[in-house]
Design a protein around this ligand. Structure first.
Ligand SMILES: NC(=O)c1ccc[n+]([C@@H]2O[C@H](COP(=O)([O-])OP(=O)(O)OC[C@H]3O[C@@H](n4cnc5c(N)ncnc54)[C@H](O)[C@@H]3O)[C@@H](O)[C@H]2O)c1
Length: 312
């Protein structure tokens, strides 16, 4: 098969300054395949002091340039609207546009739901969920004007719920829906949005694991950060065949995560007792239908015009 390339495309990868780091792996692969890359990273995560070293977007951009690629560094904080706009401005100034946005920056703090401080909880949502909202909104008008865009939101395999990760799980679950929403909104404009849930050894992994050298070695040996880069690149490519979908990549395995609904039961006028009696049908998993993207509404004339809403 012919090599899938990104010549002439500009990619913004957030949180790509860590080494080892998943964002760095995405930036290196896209650059190696010809993309201009904006390597974003805030550099430090003060809330998680156990991070080893600081992430350096300059170092990763330099690594790309040293290998013959095109890259610039960006140190904006994507958790704020102003930071996200400044990041996209970096792409416009350096390369004249933005075709690909990989929303990879995130932080994780592990604590029970009732123990985590409000400030930490807010910081996680602001970075992991609102960051991609702000960067996508900042890139959107440029992608829309060009009739082309690829957004890859980096989620996590948090479905099923993870102990000590309520805020992180909420943020990553939100990204799943963000991709679906942007896929529907982006369809008329040539903008595709998907989610990738990776697993890979990065600075985040030892920062969260207090001990367990054997576990860390196993992760380092078997889950290299680079392993999820081909899937991210595929979804960022012009030939990407899907939008609004969610995939998993780890240690050489690539798979799809879906939301499904069963047939349940239909009984008009049912009572509380009916539900108790027919509960097995509500819980059945032998008749699942995958919920695919909702097609565009053909006629939105009956929707209240946005201009009628108050700013509040
Ligand atoms: N490592 C894994 O196994 C794993 C598993 C599931 C999901 N993920 C996700 O993959 C992505 C990359 O994670 P990683 O493991 O490489 O972690 P990492 O901590 O090494 O990389 C994240 C980077 O984001 C940067 N960052 C944090 N807040 C930022 C902000 N406000 N603005 C700009 N940059 C900011 C950090 O400095 C860091 O370098 C994250 O979204 C993470 O949630 C990782």
């Amino acid at each position: 098969m012919e090599e899938l390339r990104f010549d002439g495309r500009t990619a913004v990868v957030t949180g790509a300054g860590g080494n080892p780091g998943l964002g760095r792996a995405y930036a290196l692969l896209l650059a190696q395949r010809g993309a201009n890359v904006v390597v974003n990273d805030i550099g430090t995560v003060p809330e998680v002091p156990a991070y080893e070293g600081i992430a350096s977007p300059e170092a990763v951009a330099e690594e790309i340039r040293a290998a013959g690629g095109k890259a610039v560094a960006d140190g904006n904080d994507i958790s704020t609207e102003a930071g996200a706009q400044a990041l996209i401005a970096t792409a416009l100034d350096a390369f004249g546009g933005v075709d690909i946005l990989v929303n990879n920056a995130a932080l994780c703090i592990m604590a029970h739901f009732d123990v985590m401080t409000s400030r930490h909880l807010q910081r996680i949502i602001d970075t992991n969920l609102m960051g991609p909202v702000w960067t996508s909104r900042a890139a959107w008008p440029h992608m829309k004007a060009k009739g082309y865009g690829r957004i890859v939101n980096v989620g996590a395999a948090v479905f099923g719920g993870n102990m000590l990760m309520s805020a992180y799980g909420v943020s990553k679950g939100g990204l799943f829906m963000l991709s679906q929403a942007l896929a529907v909104e982006g369809e008329p404009h040539g903008i595709l949005a998907n989610t990738v849930n990776p697993i890979g050894y990065s600075r985040m992994v030892p920062a969260l694991q207090q001990d367990g050298a054997a576990m860390l070695k196993m992760l380092r040996d078997n889950f290299p950060a680079e392993a999820s880069a081909p899937l991210v690149a595929y979804l960022a490519h012009e030939g990407c065949p899907v939008s609004g979908d969610c995939f998993d990549a780890a240690s050489g395995k690539v798979s799809r995560t879906v939301v499904a609904r069963n047939q349940g039961f239909t009984e008009p006028g049912h009572t509380v007792e009916t539900i108790a009696e027919r509960w097995p049908e509500v819980m059945a998993t032998d008749d699942l239908t995958v919920i695919e993207k909702i097609p565009l509404a053909a006629d939105q004339n009956e929707v209240r015009p946005y201009s009628e809403y108050a700013e509040g």
